[in-house]
Design a protein around this ligand. Structure first.
Ligand SMILES: Nc1nc2c(c(=O)[nH]1)N[C@H]1C(S)=C(S)[C@@H](COP(=O)(O)O)O[C@H]1N2
Ligand SMILES: [Mo]
Length: 554
């Protein structure tokens, strides 16, 4: 029996695809269960490293919070296609060899071919792909390490190789069986294949068209934004950066907790969750976990979880906000934390040597970030082990995460494994992708209620309320404007548990005139700094501008 090259390739491609899907699923399962390597995670991380922060935010805004999951699925599909391609090429090569040997009757691929193919893929991934993505030779730079990467890759590779040969031979047999009954059948299969190719092309063009349309409309939608931007320029003109002396906070004892207003303490299961991990966050085993303190310290340390728990702890109310939070966004929460001051741990390591400048924190998911030594030594910089009275939840960094008030969530490293004191200007995971290294939180006020678009009744009292957050500078005043920032009314505040948390604010309002209103809110911190009215997107320094909602009064 004779098979054309195309036939050989497509059969191999199909077999490679099926085997590749199974192997990819196995790879994901191994990564979640036994810390095997997840090539889609590694590749995704390298890919986002190539995007500029503004393109990153643009795509994030276009696609939304699910962006990272979509990215993961796209890469997974890509990986399956690479497997398929390798299957197709392998089958072409085998066919070529068989032809040289003039053994045209042979169609079976020997299982050793599968093993050889797996070996080749294993070497390519370990020696070329992983080093190119920055993960090192066979993943030596990854947290899971060389051995785990080599082994899990070998298991996935071998599964692929064997399954490929099996599927390939099965498909070939079917081809041989249907060889005799070709004729008319063939034309229908070609027609069907043409239809498939055509529809793929149509879908592809359609998707590109939609993306292009959204690109055009989103950049053109500034026509609706011109009214807003002219009022912003007015705001900016009147804007006083700082008020001296700072206002006295007007805490009120009859502060009402209206529905829709954020609860002052966010329950653990409602606390926002952000991580770079596309598919799954690390599950750390507390028993085998070790925390090492290395670098510019007098004596390096290795601590078990129990040893860390045995250290004296402090409790601290602190809110966190993600640097990618839009003004008015939801990536902001508040909790009561308990942890060991980082300074205490450094003291236990004999103190830092006097050339030290920065502290780098490494995590189990190959994430890292750094803070300045002065920040590291502040008494509020903690290694948190409890959150709202409970053991730190897995999603929030079990067994231990960093708390570093005043700077964005990004630097609150979760799943910590190593603390390295250095004398160089280390740049962390997001800094390598263009985000701010200093990353001070930008003062912000969010309107929780009413929701934008709400219709209210005239002459009925309603409550405009929300939260304001400065990082570690407290809140002295929150103002609301109903006339595009020409006049401001002062809201009442709920006395906060600490100056490191957000502050609940509220303003009673009884509209008298029907119409539509833009409601703006702005905050002032305890030092008198006034929230910046200039609009800025999250990348690279965090968003700014005033949260604005629109209401209709009837
Ligand atoms: N190890 C690790 N720590 C991390 C991250 C991460 O991806 N990996 N993401 C950071 C970011 S961007 C934010 S905003 C906070 C979010 O913490 P949370 O999920 O507990 O709210 O964790 C930070 N710490
Ligand atoms: Mo973040």
């Amino acid at each position: 029996m004779f098979l054309s090259r195309t036939q050989r390739f497509t059969t191999g491609f199909l077999a490679g695809l099926l085997a590749g899907i199974v192997a990819t699923l196995l790879m994901i399962i191994l990564s979640v269960t036994v810390n095997g390597v997840s090539l889609p995670e590694v590749f995704g991380s390298a890919l986002t490293g190539l995007l500029s922060p503004s393109l990153f935010t643009y795509l994030h805004n276009l696609i939304g919070g699910d962006a990272k999951h979509y990215l993961f699925y796209i890469i997974v599909v890509g990986q399956c296609l690479v497997f398929a391609l390798s299957g197709g090429l392998c089958n072409l090569l085998v066919g070529e060899i068989q032809r040289r040997q003039t053994d045209t009757s042979a169609t079976d691929v020997h299982w050793t071919t599968g093993v050889l193919l797996a070996l080749i893929l294993w070497v390519i991934v370990g020696v070329a792909f992983l080093p190119l993505t920055g993960a090192g030779l066979f993943g030596s730079a990854l947290g899971i390490g060389l051995l785990s990467t080599m082994l899990s890759l070998a298991v996935v590779g071998a599964t692929f190789g064997v399954l490929f040969v099996f599927t390939q031979n099965w498909l070939m047999e079917r081809r041989v069986e249907t060889q005799s009954t070709r004729g008319k059948r063939k034309s229908t299969t070609t027609a069907r294949r043409d239809l498939l190719i055509n529809s793929i092309q149509v879908i592809g063009v359609g998707v590109l068209g939609v993306l292009a349309w959204r690109f055009i409309t989103s950049s053109g939608s500034s026509s609706a934004g011109t009214a807003a931007s002219s009022s912003v320029s007015k705001l900016v003109q009147q804007f006083k950066k700082k008020i001296v002396p700072p206002p006295m906070p007007n805490y009120s004892s009859d502060f009402k907790l209206v529905p829709q207003l954020s609860s002052e303490i966010t329950p653990n299961d409602q606390y926002y969750v952000v991580s770079k991990n596309l598919f799954s966050d690390p599950t750390v085993d507390g028993k085998s976990w070790r925390l090492s303190v290395t670098g510019q310290v007098q004596k390096s340390l290795v601590l078990t979880y129990d040893a860390l728990l045995a250290m004296p702890t402090v409790k601290q109310y602190e809110s966190m906000m993600c640097i990618s939070n839009d003004v008015g966004g939801q990536y902001m929460s508040n909790a009561l934390w308990e942890g060991v001051p980082l300074a205490d741990l450094l003291t236990r390591a004999g103190g830092v040597v006097n050339t030290a400048t920065k502290v780098v924190i490494y995590a189990a998911d190959d994430y890292s970030d750094s803070i300045h030594l002065s920040k590291a030594l502040e008494p509020t910089t903690l290694l948190a082990i409890r959150m709202n009275g409970q053991t730190l939840p897995q999603g929030h960094g079990f067994p231990v995460r960093l708390l570093v008030p005043g700077i964005y969530g990004m630097k609150h490293v979760k799943w910590i494994t190593r603390i390295d004191v250095v004398n160089s200007d280390y740049q962390g995971y997001w800094q390598q992708r263009g985000w701010s290294d200093e990353a001070p939180i930008r003062l912000t006020a969010r309107i929780d209620t009413p929701l934008t678009g709400t219709t209210l009744k005239a002459h009925t009292q309603t409550s405009i309320a929300g939260v304001a957050f400065s990082g570690n500078k407290g809140i002295s005043e929150v103002d609301v404007s109903l006339d595009e920032g020409q006049t401001w009314q002062r809201a009442i505040l709920k006395r906060p548990f600490s100056d490191l948390t957000w502050v609940l604010w509220e303003l009673a309002w009884q509209p008298t005139t029907a119409g539509t209103y833009n409601v703006l809110a702005r905050a002032i911190d305890l030092e008198g700094n006034v929230q910046d009215p200039n609009l800025a997107p999250p990348a690279p320094d965090g968003s700014s501008g005033y949260h604005t909602i629109s209401l209709t009064v009837q």
